[in-house]
Design a protein around this ligand. Structure first.
Ligand code: FDA
Ligand code: NAD
Length: 451
């Protein structure tokens, strides 16, 4: 059994949605394009899951946030795909790929062949088990990557109202979920190994601002440590799951027999015991590359592509979280885990496929952002080199520049206007020479506006 298409997009997330829109804009015939996704719904704006989806009042629900509403473009509902003759193969996992034969084999046993493949498989959440801690299958332990996870998180959160949540991880998921939990009247303790939150991006000073705000909202921080185990309650009995697998199996035997086990306490490495009605885990991701290992060149944990988003096999492209691409601005290959890069890399790949003569190399300015409570920040470029803070850290508008080898390479701004964000983006892209760092500090945001 099999079907053949000219173009196949493997994965049905953000990048797939934006690629589909680009294909239709450039003109494809009916039944030329197929999207295969493990998720049961058409591509949607994943960032909504840790923001609007978790609101207690008028939460965002599909179909309202299908791609491409995130950039104020068309909302691609299942009907849209049908009208454009795009085959949406949903709730279907691809279990193997053969790039030599140009075929994909689905878990349902169908072989789908392509002329051109776009890999848009994104990433999966890292599991606690990968750090030697068991318990991910407990009823009140939540991860957040897809709509199913988010729906489950909402249910657990609602039943924990007035209770305690322990948030494991101080990155994006940890910070955004902690804010949502507070808004939903759940008491939050955040636990992470670093000295401050958002350690991959924030400076200690920037992190301090957000941590103070979170503390004012009642969030407790336990830093510099990790969890070592969960105490669980299964069938009315308390069990302690240690790193040991056998013990875990015993603890979750109830779960295997259909009796769910529930985490009651989080035990930290220093022995601290935190009572928990629920746990949210955000400890990073791994790109979904496994189907292509040994077939395509990998780099930086992702699938290596050139400036056209083309992999080591000329019929195969990779975009979004899974792609490691050359960032011209830095002169090196990077893999980014952010929505803007997923959207733009997808569009670029389609442009390169449909109009190779007119499509140059992807010239991308890395852009990250987040919104929590009433705060909102944007970051452009790279956070390497000397840090120059500016603005009023006791007020609502402040930021930082990163100066590397005498050039401005990164800019962060909290509480900016649309024009101010555009200004820091433009300035960062231009990489102006910075002769006097003290002067840059004095000028602050005005520097970016005047570039
Ligand atoms: P994405 O993960 O969106 O899609 C991958 C798709 O491939 C999924 O549908 C998956 O099921 C499918 N798939 C994988 N393997 C498969 C297989 N073998 N067979 C079939 N299908 C398969 N970024 C940002 O810049 N700002 C933000 O505010 C946020 N917020 C945010 C919140 C939350 C909760 C998450 C999880 C992530 C964010 N992000 C973000 C990150 C952003 O969402 C992310 O970078 C993009 O979704 C990446 O898009 P992709 O299409 O590459 O992967
Ligand atoms: P992350 O990489 O942002 O943060 C991971 C965090 O895990 C680290 O900050 C660290 O504190 C913690 N950690 C690592 N090992 C640990 C351990 N053993 N025990 C406890 N904590 C540990 O990843 P994330 O927060 O899980 O986010 C997942 C993905 O979702 C990322 O790709 C991220 O870019 C994306 N995302 C982005 C946004 C945004 O851009 N606004 C929002 C949500 C999610």
């Amino acid at each position: 059994m099999g079907r053949a298409f000219v173009y196949v997009i493997l994965g049905g997330g953000v990048a797939a949605g934006y690629a589909a829109l680009e294909f239709t804009r450039r003109g494809i015939s009916h039944r030329e394009l197929c999207i295969i996704s493990e998720e049961p719904v058409a591509p949607y704006e994943r960032p909504a899951l840790s923001k609007g989806f978790l609101l207690p009042e008028a939460p965002a629900r599909l179909p309202s946030f299908h791609t491409c509403v995130g950039t104020n473009e068309e909302r691609l509902t299942p009907k849209w795909y049908k009208e454009h003759g795009i085959e949406l193969v949903l709730a279907t996992r691809v279990k193997s790929a053969d790039v030599r034969r140009k075929t994909l084999l689905t878990a349902t046993g169908e072989t789908i062949s392509y002329k051109i493949l776009i890999i848009a498989t994104g990433a999966r959440s890292l599991q606690l088990e990968e750090f030697g801690v068991n318990g991910s299958n407990a009823e009140n332990v939540c991860y957040l990557r897809n709509v199913d996870d988010a729906t489950r998180l909402v249910n657990v959160m609602q039943s924990s109202s007035g209770g305690n949540a322990v948030v494991i991880g101080g990155g994006y998921i940890g910070m955004e979920c902690a804010a949502s939990l507070v808004i939903n009247k759940v008491n939050v303790t955040m636990v992470f190994p670093e000295a401050h939150c958002m350690a991959r991006l924030f400076t200690p000073k920037i992190a301090g601002y957000y941590e103070d705000l979170y503390k004012a909202k009642g969030v407790k921080f336990i830093k510099g440590t990790v969890l070592s185990s969960f105490e669980k309650d299964s069938n009315g009995k308390n069990f302690v799951t240690k790193v040991d697998n056998l013990q875990h199996k015993i603890a979750c035997a109830g779960s295997l027999l259909g009796v769910p086990c529930v985490v009651t306490d989080v035990v930290l490495r220093d022995g601290t015991n935190l009572p928990a009605d629920m746990v949210v885990v955000g400890i990073g991701i791994r790109p979904n590359t496994s189907l292509f290992e040994g077939q395509l060149t990998l780099e930086k944990g992702g699938i290596k592509v050139n400036g056209k988003m083309q992999t080591s096999n000329t019929s195969v492209y990779a975009v979004g979280d899974v792609a490691a691409f050359p960032v011209k601005l830095f002169g090196e290959t990077r893999r980014l885990e952010h929505v803007d890069s997923a959207r733009k890399s997808a569009r670029h790949a389609v442009a390169a496929i449909m109009d190779p003569g007119k499509t140059g190399d992807f010239d991308y300015l890395p852009f990250f952002y987040s919104r929590v409570f009433s705060l909102s920040w944007q970051f452009y470029g790279d956070n390497v080199g000397e840090i120059v803070h500016y603005g009023d850290f006791s007020g609502s508008t402040f930021g930082a520049y990163w100066v590397n080898k005498g050039q401005l390479v990164g800019s962060f701004l909290e509480g900016g206007t649309k024009e101010e964000y555009e200004a820091i983006a433009k300035a960062t892209k231009l990489k102006p020479v910075i002769k006097d760092v003290a002067d840059l500090e004095r000028q602050g945001l005005s520097f970016a506006i005047s570039v």
